[in-house]
Write a protein that binds this ligand. Structure first.
Ligand code: 5GP
Ligand code: ZN
Length: 120
């Protein structure tokens, strides 16, 4: 399997293919942002690369320019949602033990409420 190729059993690859519906908020040639189906904050958007990488570590190691584009797009979503001044959080759950359930790398962009630290 070549790095970045679509995976038949991947939910987010299915969203990218249009086989599973999603509310898309922004998209570029490399990155797509859509609303989380189970939002944990007033703004909860998932930002994903069109190419399939399992997690943030693989993306950063194998496609660092794409990782940068993903972060830039997360910030653009935050600005579009008017969160830049109040602040927001970008989270990459990595591995099942950290809560990752979909193994296509995604940034959670969370904002619109107070966010405590440390996270749960
Ligand atoms: P993880 O737990 O892997 O960090 O995050 C996966 C996220 O995907 C969860 O926040 C979950 O609510 C979201 N999610 C799961 N299935 C769907 C879906 O079919 N559509 C959308 N938009 N989000 C989903
Ligand atoms: Zn995928």
């Amino acid at each position: 399997m070549a790095a970045g190729e679509p995976q038949a059993d991947c939910l987010f690859c299915k969203i990218l293919a249009g086989d599973v519906p999603a509310t898309i908020v922004r998209e570029t040639k490399d990155v797509v942002a859509f609303r989380d189906i189970n939002p944990q904050a007033p703004t909860h958007v998932l930002v994903i690369p069109r190419a399939h990488y399992a997690n943030a570590g693989e993306l950063g190691a194998q496609a660092p320019e794409l990782a940068g584009a993903l972060l830039a797009e997360a910030a653009a979503v935050a600005a579009a949602e008017d969160l830049a001044e109040a602040g927001y959080r970008i989270v990459f759950n990595t591995g099942a033990g950290a809560g990752q359930t979909v193994f296509h790398v995604h940034a959670h962009l969370l904002g619109g409420r107070g966010l405590s630290w440390p996270p749960g």
